[in-house]
Structures are given as C-alpha cells and as structure tokens.
Ligand binder design. Structure first.
Ligand code: 13P
Length: 333
C-alpha cells in the first residue's frame, strides 16, 4: 500500500513546486502554440513538451510535473519517454485525469467537469503503465456579481472532485483537487475571497462525505484577486491577506498541502503574490505546506522566445528557468 502522505511530502520538498504541463491536445494547440505563431499538431506538441521537460536544471526547482495523457505516450527528442525522463531527474510525474468542462444543465453559464465514467480503469492504467504518483482534476468556478457561482454548481463540482479524489487514492495516487475560481469578470477581491471560502467549505465537506483521506489530498487553489476586468491591481499584501484568510477559514489543518495556480496573472504578479502569501503564512503560521503549481506564469515567456524554432531553444529554456528560480525563492517569503 502506497503511503500517500509520504508522496505529498515529496511534492512539498523545500524550495520546490509543480509545473503544470497538462494542457489537453486541444488546449496545447489553441492556447500555447497557435497564439505564438507556432504550427499546431502532435509533432509540435512533442517539441513544446521537450522544450519544457528536457530543459537542463528544472529538477532544482520542480518536485513534480503534471502531464496530459498524450505526453505519457511521447518521448523527448533523445528518445526517452517523458515520464521516465522526469523520474531520472528526480521529478515526480503526475497526470491530469479529468476530461474537461461541459455546460452545467442547471445553470447554463456555469460548467461541470467530465471524466468520472471509466475513471478507475484509467487511473489503474496510468499507475501501472507509467508509474504516475499523483493526479489532478480541475473544476472551473465563474463569478458574476452575486448571481454566480450558484450553490448547485459548487455542490456538483465538489461532489465530482471528491468522487475523483476517492478513486485516485484507491488507485494509490495523490489527488490534486482544483476548484479554480476564474479571474474573468469585474468582481472585487473580497468577492473572490468569499467565493474561494465557500467553495473550499463545500469541497472539504464533500471530501469528508466520500471518505477521502485528507492527509493524502492536495488542494490547488486560486489566489483571491480582483477580476481581470475590474480595473484594479491588488497589492501582494492584499492578495496574501485575503487568500490565506479564505483558506484558513475553510481548509482544515489535516489537508496534505495547498498549491497555487497562476490563473492568467502576469508572471511577475504570480510570483510576487506567492512571495507575499508565503511570508504571511510564516508569520501567522499556516498549518499546511504551500507551493506553486503554475502553467502560464512559467511558460508564456519561454513560448514567446521559442516560437517553435530549434535555434531559440536555449534562450527559451533560460527564460523558463529564471521564472522557476524566482518562484522557488518566493517560497521562502
Ligand atoms: P495556470 O497557472 O496557467 O493557471 O495553470 C495552472 C493549472 O493547472 C490550471 O488547471
């Protein structure tokens, strides 16, 4: 039997965190490659993943990487399968196991996450064939004034997150439960704090109802931020206060740990806010370990430099490594 809290501890190794490289094939094409003028398709997705995962030195800052199923079938340019390459570097491979979002029938502006059908079989397949040690499931929560999110959407998403978490633990892997509170909209930071608090309350209740071992679960949280269209930029101190306020109120100390997503913040902001959160978490001690689990904040500059061209690879990797280094330093506040 795998000791899940030991796996959790490895993820929160001092100075290290996660790279989210779990874009689905479609998201990799439309959100990572196409916007930078890079050709789309499986070959360029393999090169994109090689740019990220075969970069020398990432192991200094990364304890794990979240992958997508296609990536497990692909190899680095030197022929080493990606999951094996990560293991060789001492980085734990994880796998996104949800199957994306669909409209929530009870409230059409909201979404629920698909992927429970056939989940136990898929989990066992990833575990036995690729030796993944952790998994991720993402729900997306929309804020619109006081109307959204609806209680029903929070409850349904929490229930699915909990059912997934139970199955992941059953298969011997740590679940990362991610209820992403989206940055889109003109809401205030305090409204984001309120929604994060509510979502976490409902989520923790659902995890308990589904007999999930809380010490073997990682929560992936948004930061409490003013909406993208609000015209307001919050100071790192404000973000830290409201993010930790929400989490302290709703997340019990028995949860294995909390990782943060970058959520479309500009990279500097995502790192400055992380630093402030970690600083406050030290002075008003937070009961759980904290680290980063960023996709966009680590990848954007690298993609803009790389443009899919081999001659730009070293500079692109250097830019990503610089971001990983500052995120790692931010963890010490
Ligand atoms: P971002 O850091 O780009 O928000 O991505 C993290 C993630 O895994 C979203 O599911």
């Amino acid at each position: 039997m795998v000791d899940l809290s030991e796996e959790v501890q490895k993820i929160f190794a001092p100075g290290k965190g996660l790279l989210a490289a779990d874009e689905s094939d479609n998201s990799a094409d439309t959100k990572r490659l196409a916007p930078y003028g890079i050709e789309i398709g499986p070959e360029m997705r393999q090169k994109f993943r090689d740019m990220l995962l075969a970069a020398p030195g990432i192991e200094e800052y990364l304890s794990g990487v979240i992958l997508y199923s296609e990536t497990l079938e692909q190899s680095a340019n030197d022929g080493t399968p990606f999951a094996e390459l990560l293991r060789k570097k001492g980085i734990i491979p994880g796998i996104k196991v949800d199957e994306g979002l669909e409209p929530f029938p009870d409230s059409e502006k909201e979404t629920i996450t698909k992927g429970l059908i056939g989940l136990p079989e898929r989990l066992n397949g990833f575990y036995t064939k690729y030796h993944t040690s952790f998994t991720k499931w993402r729900a997306a929560i929309t804020i619109e004034g006081d109307q959204l999110p609806t209680a029903q959407a929070l409850v349904e998403n929490a229930k699915r997150l909990a059912m997934y978490a139970f199955e992941a633990q059953n298969a011997g892997m740590v679940p990362i439960v991610e209820p992403e509170v989206l940055l889109d909209g003109n809401h205030s930071r305090l409204r984001a704090r309120e929604v994060i608090t509510k979502m976490m309350h409902v989520l923790v209740g659902a995890l308990e109802d589904h007999s999930v071992d809380l010490s073997g679960v990682i929560i992936k949280s948004s930061m409490a931020l003013s909406g993208k269209e609000s015209g307001r930029t919050d100071t790192p101190e404000e973000v830290a206060e409201d993010t930790l306020g929400a989490l302290q109120e709703a997340v019990p100390k028995t949860i294995g740990g909390i990782v943060f997503l970058s959520g479309g913040q500009i990279p500097d902001q995502a790192i400055d806010n992380l630093r402030a959160i970690c600083k406050v978490a030290r002075t008003k001690p937070a009961p759980w370990p904290l680290t980063f689990s960023y996709a966009r904040a680590f990848q954007e500059e690298a993609l803009a430099i790389w443009k899919g061209l081999p001659e730009n690879l070293p500079a692109a990797r250097e830019a990503m490594l610089a971001r990983l280094k500052s995120a790692s330093e931010a963890l010490s506040g």
